[in-house]
Design a binder for this molecule. Structure first.
Ligand code: HEM
Length: 294
């Protein structure tokens, strides 16, 4: 897929830095700022997603583009904290990522303001900080492309992807006081050997989100990473799709909107952010913004 921001389909790097920007109320030259973005984003070390506000500010619409929905479930909120730009910086050196993020902030200073920064990392063999391996049931190879990448929609759209980004904050004190059996029932897999549990309760996370159990099937490509700042920690959930439909179907089932059963994850973790972004395709090594007439 040489027309895709290649990091979407690549393995995770050991570190990452996520940046969220809002657009200034009075932009100086939005098209010029987005051309500056084009010079920065190579799709491999820097991935970009555009929020709906940028698309609308350019007087455009994109098929399937929308904002993150705010949801509620029994005893918890799933907030929508939509921003204008989402950057995913990838690398193996935190210092270098930090300097790269400063360069991006400076390059966009005319029209975009940095609001949130989060550092992510790979823990052991791609585990969430609860100790469970995350990503086992991710689609692979052609199935990954079919799940995550827009195809058959024409130039400017083919090769793009829709990403859902949600920062979750864990209560690890609470989680670690549970027996390992109760923890396994929250996830629906055994921590010790990653086997799926035959007798998992309806609330088990992998039962809620079993991708082939939806109609139509709801496959997404997860590229989440743990985060830890001070004493707070959790998972920065990142999922790419050819639309937002599969992710949204899963999230709705997780909050219990189908049957009133909430995902066991909510017993120890809460989402504190949520945004939807469109990751433009690449063309001849450059970010292709032709769908936005740039
Ligand atoms: C606190 C946040 C979350 C944690 C710690 C977490 C962790 C996990 C773990 C450990 C697995 C099992 C291994 C695997 O297949 O990857 C899993 C599976 C999965 N998760 Fe999550 N997850 C979180 C949030 C979400 C969200 C918000 C969604 C989508 C709305 C989601 C969608 C999925 C899917 C689709 C699977 C694979 C299900 C299957 O087909 O077997 N996860 N997750």
């Amino acid at each position: 897929m040489n027309n895709t921001q290649s990091a979407i389909l690549a393995p995770l790097t050991s570190h990452a830095r996520y940046m969220l920007f809002t657009m200034e109320p009075e932009t100086a030259d939005l098209a010029a700022s987005l051309r500056a973005v084009q010079d920065l984003v190579d799709g491999e070390n820097i991935v970009l997603g555009l929020g709906q506000s940028v698309v609308l500010a350019l007087g455009k619409t994109l098929p399937g583009m929308t904002v993150f929905p705010a949801l509620v479930g029994p005893g918890f909120e799933v907030p929508s904290t939509q921003y204008a730009l989402w950057f995913w910086l990838r690398g193996d050196d935190r210092g270098e990522l930090y300097h790269r993020s400063r360069a991006i902030e400076h390059a966009l200073a005319m029209d975009f303001r940095l609001q949130e920064v989060l550092d992510g990392f790979v823990y052991e063999d791609s585990r969430d900080l609860t100790g469970y391996i995350d990503g086992t049931e991710n689609p692979k190879d052609d199935a990954a492309v079919s799940a995550a990448i827009v195809q058959g929609m024409g130039d400017g759209l083919d090769g793009s992807s829709f990403v859902a980004v949600q920062q979750w904050m864990h209560d690890l004190e609470y989680f670690e006081h549970m027996s390992e059996e109760d923890q396994d029932h929250i996830i629906g897999r055994r921590k010790s050997d990653n086997e799926e549990l035959a007798d998992a309760p309806e609330s088990a996370h992998v039962k809620r989100t079993a991708q082939e159990s939806f109609t139509p099937e709801a496959f997404i490509l997860r590229r989440s990473m743990p985060w830890a700042e001070g004493n707070e920690a959790g998972l920065n959930f990142v999922a790419f799709g050819r639309s937002f439909d599969a992710y949204e179907a899963q999230l709705n089932r997780m909050v219990g909107s189908e049957d009133g059963v909430a995902d066991g994850l909510f017993s120890f973790s809460r989402p504190v952010s949520g945004g939807y972004y469109w990751c433009p395709p690449m063309k001849d090594g450059l970010l292709d913004l032709s769908a936005l007439d740039i």
